[in-house]
Design a protein around this ligand. Structure first.
Ligand SMILES: Cc1cc2nc3c(=O)[nH]c(=O)nc-3n(C[C@H](O)[C@H](O)[C@H](O)COP(=O)(O)OP(=O)(O)OC[C@H]3O[C@@H](n4cnc5c(N)ncnc54)[C@H](O)[C@@H]3O)c2cc1C
Length: 386
């Protein structure tokens, strides 16, 4: 599967070469569809292996439909997690409001799967059909009328009919093609931390619990064999930190949460063991266009909806599925395909982003005492659903 050479650009087997940057939900799904559409696919991933960890991914609606068309729905269902209840807790661990396990207000099929299990299933679906190169990144990219010329960070080069940026919230492809900096980043006013720990004594299995004080939130997700420890805090502006300095990020969490009640002390005791955790600002990516010439963005790279939406993984799979449908309908006309992909998906993306930036934020992360009191009133009145 992994090799160290870039396939030569000449499509000796007649299949146009396509490059995918990023091997996560967006990248592996896009690779799957491109192969089915007749492209010779190379996936590059900056990390040395799949980037694992994180909270489970919600599978529902169009995601199920697309996984079915990919022939993967049964494999995903087979690893679906048991339904999880949800409790809002106060400092004394009293339950202020709860949503029962298996409750689904829509009545539609909906389940969760561990992030790593879904990654393994998607990897299995492309491992034999795509060339996957780990530890590789794009250095330079020149988008021409007939092809995109790419120089990789190891000095090798390749030429591709199409290039897809599936490299996440801080997308390298977005930076190279659309410009540097944070111009497309909508900062939501907070930071999130997530660590999966192999202990199960913090809460019952198949339960989520959330404890909030103004501007800060502690969350636990319990499973049979592990627990997600989550922290989130609000800030007025962005804070300066080195994304490579994991000790500094842990210190930020301790600074915010040391001294808080509920189960926070036990949670903090569990986060110092190693550097294997997720920490990032809470942001969305809002771009005027998701494509330029022969390059298109898929998933978080083009339209990150934020962890608060609880929908990032699904959105990436939906994005890849919609892109494939458009490429199939407009075979040979990538510009028309990219337009259709974007016109069709953008209203849904904006709806999900809007919900996350309003309800999602005030429910999970009330900013101040007044917002927290209103959130608690809604919990008591049973006005909060998910
Ligand atoms: C380790 C990890 C843990 C996460 N945990 C959570 C969580 O707990 N809750 C939540 O809501 N969301 C989480 N996310 C984000 C969530 O996975 C995404 O919102 C969602 O999966 C969208 O998928 P994506 O494929 O667009 O982006 P991502 O899943 O972010 O994948 C992007 C991929 O691109 C790769 N990449 C980055 N830069 C380059 C480059 N220069 N060249 C090549 N490849 C590159 C990354 O290594 C990664 O594999 C996590 C993401 C990661 C990577």
């Amino acid at each position: 599967m992994a090799s160290s050479t870039i396939t030569p650009p000449a499509a000796e087997d007649g299949r146009p070469p396509a490059l995918v940057s990023g091997a996560s939900f967006a990248g592996l799904s896009t690779a799957y569809w491109l192969n089915r559409l007749g492209y010779r696919v190379t996936v590059i991933e900056a990390a040395k292996d799949l980037r694992r960890g994180g909270t489970p991914v919600d599978i529902e609606g169009e995601t199920i439909e697309i996984l079915t068309r990919m022939g993967l729905a049964d494999a995903v269902r087979a690893r679906a997690l048991p339904p999880r209840g949800f409790e809002f807790k106060d400092a004394d661990d009293r339950t202020m409001g709860a949503i029962g396990a298996g409750t689904d207000v829509t009545g539609h099929e909906r389940y969760e799967i561990h992030r790593d299990d879904l990654l393994d299933i998607l990897l299995g679906a492309v491992a034999d059909t795509a060339e996957i190169l780990f530890g590789r990144s794009i250095d330079r990219l020149a988008d021409g009328p007939e092809e995109v010329s790419v120089t990789f960070d190891d000095g090798t080069e390749g030429r591709y009919a199409l290039v897809f940026g599936c490299d996440g919230n801080r997308s390298n492809t977005r930076r190279l093609v659309f410009g540097d900096g944070d111009q497309f980043t909508y900062f939501m006013g907070g930071y999130v931390f997530l660590k999966v720990v192999p202990r199960t004594d913090l809460l019952p299995a198949h339960m989520s619990q959330v404890y909030s004080v103004p501007g800060r939130m502690a969350m636990l997700n319990g499973y049979d064999d592990r627990t997600d420890i989550g922290f989130g805090f609000r800030t007025k502006g962005q804070i300066a930190y080195d994304y490579r300095d994991r000790a500094q990020q842990r210190r930020l969490i301790h600074d915010q949460f040391d001294g808080l009640g509920w189960k926070v002390p036990a949670m903090l005791d569990s986060i110092d063991a190693d550097d294997d955790f997720y920490f990032d600002r809470l942001n969305q990516i809002r771009m005027p266009s998701w494509s330029s010439g022969r390059v298109a963005l898929v998933g978080d790279a083009g339209y990150c909806v934020s962890p608060l939406a609880g929908f990032g993984g699904s959105m990436a799979i939906i994005g890849a599925g919609r892109l494939a449908q458009a490429l199939e309908r407009h075979a040979g006309d990538h510009a028309a395909a990219f337009r259709e992909y974007e016109d069709g998906l953008r209203p849904f993306v904006e709806e999900v982003q809007q919900r996350a930036a309003t309800n999602g934020l005030s429910t999970m992360f009330p900013a101040d005492a007044a917002e927290l009191a209103e959130r608690d009133r809604k919990i008591a009145a049973g006005e909060i659903d998910f």
